[in-house]
Design a protein around this ligand. Sequence first.
Ligand SMILES: *[C@@H]1O[C@H](CO)[C@@H](O)[C@H](O)[C@H]1NC(C)=O
Ligand SMILES: *[C@@H]1O[C@H](CO)[C@@H](O)[C@H](O)[C@H]1NC(C)=O
Length: 736
Amino acid sequence: MDLVKNPFLLMLSLEVLPAITEDKQDLTTFKVTRVQLYDTFVVHWLEVNQRRQESNALSMDDRNVFDQLLDAGFTSMGIDYSTRLALAIFDRQDGRPVVQYKDLHDSDSWKEEFFGPEPVTRLLQESSPLTRSGDQFWFIHRTMLEYFFSRVIYSPATMDNEFDPQAKNESFAAHAIGLGNPLFGYNLVAEPSIIQFLCDRVKLDAAFEQQLRSLIDQSKTDESATIAATNAITILVRADMSFHGVDLRGVKIPGADLSDGQFDSTQFQGADLRRVNLSRCWLRQADMSSARMEGVQFGELPYLEMDANVYTCAYSPDGGTLALGLGKGRDSMGIYDTSSWTETFRLRGAPAVLDVAFSPNGQVIVSGEETGMLRLRDCCSGQDISVLEGHNIFVRSVAFSPCGKQIASASHDKTVRLWDMQTGEIRFVLEGHTNFVTSVKYSPKGEQLVSGGWDETIRFWDPVTGEPRVVLRSSYAFVHCLVYSPDGQWVVSGHPLGELQFWNTVTYKVTLLSYMTAQVNRVTVSPDGRHIALLSTCHTIDLLDRPSGELLSSTTLEADNIQALVFSPASQQLAIGTNHGSVKLWNLDSDKPGVDLKGHVGGVDSIAYSPCGQWIASGSGDMSVKLWRRQQQANEAENWLCFSTIRGFIGSIHDIAWNPVVEMEFVTTCMDGSIRVWRVSSSDGGVVVKLHWGSRLGILCAADMILKSVIDLGPVNKKLLTQRGAISPLVNEQDD
Ligand SMILES: *[C@@H]1O[C@H](CO)[C@@H](O)[C@H](O)[C@H]1NC(C)=O
Ligand SMILES: *[C@@H]1O[C@H](CO)[C@@H](O)[C@H](O)[C@H]1NC(C)=O
């Protein structure tokens, strides 16, 4: 997956994997890390360039210098050049990748060392993995810069020395990580790519692991090692190194990312752990006494545990207090101070509290009980202020009017009651519901009241006169709960299966329909405008009638994941791309499973019907596009044949679109940065012709993906790129 997401890495792998796997017998157990790919690629690049320089006609001076470079080791000199350049880019321009070098202007600056006219500088610069455009230079890919910077921090024992223990010993000695190392000066926690390279190194090289561990120890007594220790522990944790039981007393690692780390029984006493990320860490028995913990993240907030069902909860208007309604257990109600999450009141062994609401000034809580009673309480102490009696069974919902003078309650006795807050007297009994009333709410300005319940109605009332107003009928059975939008323009009703309906309070129409059995991932409207198809995360596709929003049908597909969903031009069929690589066709007028177009080996991300509906083009993560053609059958059974498969993409296909004007022409966009135009010629047995301008467009659109798009170039375009200095020497003429 890493490869498919990063086309540069994919290109690089294709380039070097043959060399890496050359003498490996069993590839099933063979693992390659990213840093190994880059190591091999860089050597390969320099070797190709060495040969290129050898065959060039060099001037006398250049020839001499080149011979000296060969004596000194062309590859290691080249690596040294790029490594120094990467360090300079971080030191001098804060990691901004593009270096501008103007011949006379910059001749006294640090850039001279890398881009100046000296023959040795020039030869190395021309042989390094750099791109040039005019007076601007940059590494061929951002990750190249990061790779070389990681080599400043730690470079591997050179390959030549691998079998010479003495030399290897020396190279280890040269690796001692001291004050001058960027590990001391740069906080790398926010540079995941560099961390990744170093973490690959740790896994390959036990000596590096030892050095990082000793940097962490060093921070216990040495303030100047703080950043280095923070970097070191972040790298080690990312590399899955265990710290179970390790003595980390007094370490200074502020800001380290230790997420997923292993720290059971670790001793952190007195450590500086400020702003450390401890998400998903193993921390059993870890000792953090007297450690500095400001801003530490555990990735999980604390929770309150109740000995009862939680029926309802409400924040006070200023957010400082939380009240809970509980029941069917020991507890009936709880009030918490939200700044410290300390409990200020708990009611035990009383009747269940089904709903609570705060008065607008936040000082009084009204609760609705299963006995039919309403109770007013002091918001801090929880002490009873008064009891409102009237309902004879469950009070399901309570609300304060925005002015605070009136209270509304809804009950299973099928009534809504309005109470005077001061006197506790009933002002009105609102009758009309024919079943349990489950929810009652005031509009934000208080001029309207809404209630809903098991009779499947939503009723509006005048809270001043108690007069009934409009009655709406729900299309999704019971009304569970109601809420006003803050501007009062909408009432949203919630229903048993999770459906929501939005009611306009001016026109009293359902103008917005939201169908919420689960998260809706994709939605598409049929060309004739009559249907809406919704794809939800639970792998079902629901078909809705567009004007009414009524559910027409719902089908569950076995695919884990559906990635594409389109209507046919005549609106009678849906094509569905699955992550198993098939395209399922679903005929809307039939309840039988439709045809399954099988052939892709990767998920199908894009599907397009030709305007006449007789062709389907499907694009997949397997880096191919397939063309399907509808066959005319005598028995009218639907049949599609794979007409051709187009390969040569370097990345998954993003999107496909047919040209509505030019017959049999379609366009593809691919993750490799190319936009290609294809024309299907059906007359001569099915050749797909690629039009050339497409590939050039692709290249201009994707400057940093040049390496692989070069494959598609015609001669003219290659010249163009060469002039821009962007062509890589990897592409040899024969293969072009
Ligand atoms: C490597 O260096 C260590 C001391 O740093 C020394 O003890 C050891 O003998 C050396 N090994 C070889 C093979 O030279
Ligand atoms: C902490 O780590 C977790 C898991 O890696 C990550 O999701 C979260 O964003 C991190 N927090 C910060 C502030 O970087």
